[in-house]
Design a protein around this ligand. Structure first.
Ligand code: GLY
Ligand code: MN
Ligand code: MN
Length: 434
């Protein structure tokens, strides 16, 4: 069950940081997929972070100052529509259940905003995120300006509320850590299941179905992003989502998949042999990526810079690429010339939270920011070897990535995805007992 006390506390913290002014935060709109069918509804992350309210057609208004107020606008009760579409709270029940100071029908939003915006020095909202909301809030502000002769002023300053919110969301509170730990565990189970299911002759989409089944049966109805199930050479396409090829004996299978649970993402990649046994070339590259990943995880500690895990992974990979005759020269030369980028062209991670690529700055000024307890990041080095005359043939089409979700703790870190088999022995053992 969600802990509803968390949301008023978050609103209070944001109101405190606003000091003076009014914030308007709409949730996401519903989107038509085709005909009468909609895409599965997904709330806006910022709105949900502050409300826990998952219905569409809702807006949160916060008024800061000596008597801070948080006000929800939402759909009214509608017995006829509820027969078709299901339960909706309506303003009264939502106000009580989610702890707002007031709640009104969404149809009253503009009229009430004209009142609430009067004499507020600053308007906070997600500026530029949605052109319709930009236009709507500017119209409301113009309507407030028309009251100038009554001595009422419209906000002179407009600020992007995400400047404040992104920093709040970057440090995960205990409520969020608990959900993300559980999301990670469900996804670990899905990867384990995929390892046990995969074998030569099966199709990538059959493996994807196993992942989705495992997510769903634990209450995670959606993947946090489209699953990548990439056999053989497909693993060298970083965002491969075709997922429609047959798995071949002797190939590796790279799976990048994670569930969204209670609004939070998990993001795991594992790579394993379709037939359950790494070849010696596959094992050599795998052990290299694993060593890079372990070095990066060790560098994910409070006080170290955001870039420290990436730098640690790069050093290990550069040496490994030289040993494998993929790159030439010294480690420093490989790093300096960036020749490693032919085989490792992405960064080693990103913030993880409600969004799979979560919010939060990576630099303060021109410096990488220091890692702090409560931050959650992915650590995901890889190696992708496309066929080339300059590359030993036995390495062609090997694509490997290993990705874990890591919480920074006061002492160091906690790997949330520790239950997904990762070493060569662990993987071969799980696949042997399929
Ligand atoms: N699954 C998206 C990523 O790893 O960044
Ligand atoms: Mn990732
Ligand atoms: Mn991923």
């Amino acid at each position: 069950m969600p802990d509803f006390s968390t949301y008023p506390q978050r609103r209070a913290r944001l109101l405190d940081q606003m000091q003076r002014g009014i914030a308007v935060l709409p949730t996401a709109p519903e989107k038509v997929r085709n005909g009468d069918a909609h895409y599965d509804y997904r709330h806006d992350s910022d709105f949900y972070y502050l409300t826990g309210f998952a219905e569409p057609d809702a807006v949160l208004v916060l008024v800061a100052g000596e008597q801070p107020q948080s006000i929800l606008f939402c759909r009214e009760k509608n017995p006829e529509r509820e027969i078709w579409d299901g339960f909706r709270y309506g303003p009264d029940a939502a106000c009580e259940k989610f702890g707002f100071d007031a709640a009104h029908a969404i149809a009253q939003l503009d009229e009430k905003l004209i009142e609430l915006m009067g004499n507020q020095p600053t308007l906070f909202y997600p500026v530029g995120a949605n052109a319709d909301w930009d236009a709507r809030l500017f119209r409301v502000r113009e309507a407030v300006k028309e009251k100038a002769r009554s001595g009422i002023r419209a906000p002179n300053e407009i600020r992007d509320v995400r400047e404040l919110l992104n920093e709040m969301r970057l440090i995960k509170d205990a409520h969020e850590q608990d959900i993300m730990r559980r999301a990670a565990r469900v996804s670990c189970g899905a990867h384990r299941r995929a390892m046990q299911f995969a074998r030569p002759g099966r199709f990538e989409y059959e493996v994807e179905a196993e992942l989705l089944h495992e997510f769903c049966r634990h209450g995670a109805r959606h993947a946090a992003y489209t699953s990548i199930v990439a056999g053989g050479a497909n693993a060298c396409t970083l965002h491969y989502v075709g997922n429609n090829a047959r798995l071949l004996d002797g190939d590796l299978l790279l799976i990048d998949a994670g569930c969204e649970l209670e609004g939070y993402a998990s993001d795991i990649t594992r790579t394993f042999p379709v037939n359950g046994k790494f070849s010696s070339a596959q094992k050599e590259v795998y052990e290299l990526v694993l060593a890079a990943q372990m070095a990066a995880i060790a560098a994910a500690r409070p006080g170290n810079s955001w870039n420290a895990p990436h730098e640690a992974a790069l050093r290990v990979l550069a040496q490994g690429f030289i040993d494998l005759r993929l790159c030439q020269g010294s480690v420093d030369a490989v790093l300096e010339s960036e020749s490693y980028k032919q085989f490792y062209m992405h960064r080693t991670g990103h913030w993880l939270g409600m969004d799979v690529h979560d919010v939060g700055e990576y630099k303060t000024g021109d410096q990488w920011r220091p890692l702090q307890p409560g931050m959650i990041l992915t650590v995901e080095p890889g190696c992708y070897i496309r066929p080339s005359d300059r590359v030993p043939r036995e390495l062609w089409n090997i694509g490997i990535r290993i990705e874990d979700d890591v919480l920074i703790t006061p002492q160091g870190n906690e790997v949330l995805t520790v239950d997904a088999p990762k070493t060569v022995n662990e993987i071969e053992e799980v696949m042997r007992h399929a």
